[in-house]
Write a protein that binds this ligand. Sequence first.
Ligand code: SF4
Length: 382
Amino acid sequence: MAGIYIHVPFCLSKCIYCGFYSVASTRDKELYVKTLLDEIRIRRDYLPHAPLQTLYFGGGTPSLLTADELSQILRQVEHYYDTSNLTEITLEANPEQLTQDYCSTLRELGINRLSIGVQSFQEHVLRFMGRRHTAQQALDAVGNARQAGFDNISIDLIYGVAERTDTEWEQDLDTAFSLPIRHLSCYALTAEENSRLYKQIQGGKHAPVDDEQAARQYDLLIEKITASGTPERPGFEQYEISNLCQPDFESRHNSAYWSHTPYLGLGPAAHSFDGHSRQWNPANLKHYAENIQCGRMCEEREELSPTDIYNETILLSLRTHKGLLLDEIASHYGEKRVQDIIRHFESNVPTIWYENAAGRLRLTAKGLWFADGIAENLFIVD
Ligand code: SF4
């Protein structure tokens, strides 16, 4: 199993919380597409003998690519990679671009999953975040996607935003669960270092992110998930701390990241993983294009030691509903390691935060909120 991530580094403006690499202009799209086509060709041997299963256009705003640009990219991928098992092609999109025509075009191109950046259905929250769409446009986007034949639609929401009350957050969740979506990603607001929000907090123009509010709204999310099923349609299940879906609609692409499956990242700022090291492209379009023109691959590289792999396995596993597979840990790291983990849980972690059954130690919905802290306490320090 292998996946390709393609980073599309263009936005029409920058949202207040955003720390992803993107430029608020589409001026250099031609240079980007040309360079990306070269990179797709040059790096065709990165995932040897591994048929592609997932392709993910992330950003930035991939929905700023035209049908022709997307078609060129998809044709190049099909030309250089084994796509006979390619079952999931996701495109991240902003609601304002998802017109009926554009959605139909995406379907015709073979894209079969949309991840729509909704973030909120409250106008004042959208304005605070610097989003360019209205609540109505978000609703229309989901409707247009559905009408164009998309069955696998995901939306993103952000919680822990001071400008939104708990009641408004519940309303946003009710709206989300009433839509014909299969998947929902809910992220707690963070002040990323290179975001406008971070600068505002540093300059005293905005209050720091309120962790208690975020924890409260996470609890509200859990309550809503439990009640999300109806006689007409299955409810949602939380399969990762920030991701929930109806049965069988997990993001296959993201699930592969969480199980250390190799992937190839293309485009500026994109990361790749070959099973034992990570490499990444410069977070600068011009610099990225110069590198590819001289045939230079990712200039940054990080070798992962066995300890790094172990620590990441603990962290990533605890963040998902799969949890820690104790037999696998015993076979890779020894039975003593498993006994140490179980002892740590029994002495330090409240019993309502985890369950240990059938060879699997996993966090409950309540415990998932503390996954990172619990994992850190289990890390090996060289
Ligand atoms: S959140 Fe998305 S749309 Fe907003 S600036 Fe970041 S990448 Fe662009």
